[in-house]
Every structure is written in structure tokens, then in C-alpha cells.
Design a protein around this ligand. Structure first.
Ligand SMILES: [Zn+2]
Length: 380
């Protein structure tokens, strides 16, 4: 969801002093609160850890006591408290070590500040960034294409080189594709991998057939060479010929898998750019297990992958994926909903006895999937 972008900044002397002061003050608040929490725990180990809300409600009190805390970015002070609270949370979950006191001796120093209104923003050409208390700072690179609205937080740091950097956390750019107002249903099949309700068919690649010969050739050799090595008392990982055959088999598998992946990416990209709402059947693994036909079980691998990739693309490109439970999709007429009963798999086309529309079996199923999907989307 977010990404960090780092850039060198050039603070003037006054800004540099203020950055150092912020390092110091955020460190001070961290150490003060840590000491207080440690003391509280020593006095009574049964007390629950104070929440972030409880801790941050102590900040005003501390500011009254140590007035100079007000000289630096107040959000950075809050962030230090928040980080301490989060570190304690992680510590109690066993995910990190007990929080430690921070020392000013380290060359690497940093503080974090998060967005509040427009306290952090770039100027029009993104050559300068405005940070709380510091004002405008010159950046080395231009943060082109980053609208101010995408900024979440900024970490100001000094590196061991003595140079200053900011790391800006921004939301990922909007990757939503233009809306087309089109809906589609997709039927997944064996001879065609995907069939759309408006009649597009994406043929199955039949890769297992395409590479069958080569695969058999190398698999046989692998087995034979394995046996030969055993007979000679050579360990398999030492048997060069066997390893060569094994590598060939592995490469073929990789080739099949990559080709399939590329194809699925191509189809799903086409689909998410053409349609706003995509309905697809819910694949029940139990049904697939029952079916022993090799072609079907191989196709099922592609179906799963197809659905996963489609789901992920719908997410990032802001399209709707509707998963429907199959119900008589191959026996109902998508035009008049007449149920003309089960049809064996070899029947590829049929005519509806009620409305006499001639159907392609798969396209009709895809249309039904779309109808059910759109109905489901309305209910939600
Ligand atoms: Zn009909």
C-alpha cells in the first residue's frame, strides 16, 4: 500500500541546528517515558502496560515541565511516544527486544513526523519540501508525480556521512484502470481455458502435450541413469549423467510453468481492462478431486492460478471480482432461464426448447455466471 522514497536534503545552518534539536528532544521523550514505564513495572509487575493513548496524554504535562520541548515539531514528539508504545507491544508479543534507552552518541540519528493537515508538503515543482518548524528545505531530486495528498509521513535522518536525508512514505499511486461500465461472466474449461459471456474464447495451451515428448525423453533417462548410478554404488548427487537429465526435467517444468503464467497474465490483463465487473465460478477442490481425467486435473491448475491472478489484478486495478457458486449453469438457458436438464460433456451446442435460441455450451454457461454474479452484487 505504501512506498518509501529517499532523498538527500540541504538544510541551512539554522535548520540543521533545529534538526539536531529534534533528534535530541524526541530521544529525551523516549528515554523519559521508558524510564517511567520501567520504574512502574519494577514497583508493580502486575500492572498492565499503559496504552499509547495513556502515554500521549502525558505529553502536555511533560511540556509544562520541560518547556523547551515546545521548540520542536510536536508531531515528532508524539511519534516518538507512539514508537515506544509499539516497541513495547512487539516486545510483549515476543517479536522484538525490550526497548532500550537511546543515545545521542550514534552517528545515525532520525526522527519521524506524520502528516497532519498540510504540515508536510512539496512546493509546485517538488524541489522543496516543507516540514513542521523547519520550513522549506531544498531536495536533491524532484519528487515528480507525488501529489501532496499521497504523503503519509517523513523521516528526517542524518547518515554516518553527515549528510541529511528524508524518507517520504507515500501511498502507492492510483492504478485504477478507466471504467468501461462492462460486465462479464467467465466459464473455465478444458479445451478453452476461459470463455467469456460475450463469446471470447481463450484456448488452452495444452502445454503438457506440447512438451510431452521431451518430458518423457528426459524423465526416462533420468530414471535409467538413476538406476545405473545405484547399481554402480554412486550417490545420485555425484552421478553427473543423472544430474544432467534431472536438470533437463526441471527446466521443462519451469518452462511450462512460466509459459502458463505469461499466458494467464495476458488474459487477465485483457479482462480487467475491458470489464469493470467480472464474475467467475467458485472452484470447489472436492469436485476436482473426484474427477480423475488427466486433462481436467491439469486444467484445474490453470484455473486456480487464473483465479488468483485475476483476483489480485481486480484489487490493484480497482475492478470488481464476483465469485459465484455454480448452479445449473450448463443446463439453464441464459436467455429465458428454461431448464432443459443435464447435458453430457460431449454436447457442445444445443437449442433451447422454449425460446429456440441456439447456444454454445460454454458461452451460455459464462452468461449464466454473469447473471448470477450481477444478482449477487446487487444483494450486497
Ligand atoms: Zn431459452
Amino acid at each position: 500500500m505504501y512506498k518509501g522514497i529517499e532523498c538527500k536534503i540541504y538544510p541551512n545552518q539554522e535548520q540543521e541546528n533545529l534538526i539536531h534539536m529534534t533528534f535530541g528532544h524526541t530521544r529525551f521523550i523516549w528515554n523519559e517515558m521508558l524510564e517511567m514505564l520501567n520504574a512502574r513495572y519494577e514497583n508493580n509487575p502486575d500492572l498492565k502496560l499503559l496504552s499509547y493513548t495513556a502515554l500521549s496524554s502525558m505529553i502536555p504535562q511533560m511540556k509544562r515541565e520541560f518547556e523547551w520541548l515546545k521548540d520542536v515539531d510536536s508531531v515528532a514528539i508524539q511519534c516518538a511516544v507512539k514508537r515506544l508504545s509499539e516497541t513495547f507491544d512487539r516486545f510483549f508479543k515476543g517479536l522484538s527486544k525490550h526497548p532500550k534507552f537511546k543515545s545521542g552518541k550514534f552517528v545515525r540519528q532520525s526522527y519521524l513526523s506524520t502528516i497532519r493537515g498540510n504540515n508536510i508538503r512539496f512546493n509546485h515543482n517538488q524541489r522543496y519540501i516543507k516540514l513542521p518548524k523547519l520550513g522549506w528545505l531544498k531536495c536533491k531530486n524532484s519528487f515528480k508525480h507525488i501529489e501532496n495528498a499521497r504523503i503519509k509521513s517523513v523521516t528526517v535522518k542524518r547518515k554516518p556521512t553527515g549528510h541529511y536525508y528524508i524518507s517520504v512514505l507515500v501511498t502507492r499511486e492510483n492504478q485504477a484502470l478507466p471504467k468501461t461500465k462492462q460486465s462479464v461472466g467467465i466459464d473455465l474449461g478444458v479445451s478453452d481455458l476461459a470463455i467469456t459471456s460475450d463469446g471470447q474464447k481463450f484456448a488452452s495451451q495444452r502445454l503438457h502435450l506440447k512438451y510431452q515428448k521431451q518430458m518423457r525423453y528426459w524423465e526416462k533417462r533420468m530414471a535409467r541413469r538413476g538406476l545405473a548410478a545405484k547399481a554402480k554404488g554412486i550417490a545420485l548427487r555425484e552421478a553427473k549423467n543423472y544430474q544432467t537429465a534431472k536438470r533437463h526435467v526441471a527446466r521443462l517444468h519451469e518452462k511450462i510453468s512460466n509459459t502458463r503464467k505469461d499466458y494467464i497474465h495476458k488474459i487477465t490483463t485483457t479482462l480487467v481492462s475491458q470489464y469493470d465487473s467480472i464474475s467467475i465460478e467458485n472452484l470447489k477442490t472436492t469436485n476436482l478431486m473426484k474427477n480423475h481425467a488427466l486433462a481436467r486435473s491439469i486444467a484445474s491448475q490453470s484455473w486456480r492460478q487464473f483465479r488468483n491472478v485475476l483476483k489480485y489484478k481486480c484489487d490493484i486495478y480497482a475492478k470488481q471480482l464476483i465469485v459465484v457458486n455454480l448452479h445449473k449453469t450448463s443446463q439453464l438457458c441464459s436467455s429465458c432461464q428454461f431448464d432443459s436438464g443435464k447435458k453430457p460433456l460431449n454436447i457442445r451446442q444445443w437449442t433451447c426448447p422454449q425460446c429456440s435460441i441456439h447456444h454454445d455450451r460454454d458461452i451460455n454457461a459464462a452468461k449464466n455466471i454473469m447473471i448470477i454474479g450481477l444478482g449477487q452484487a446487487l444483494v450486497k
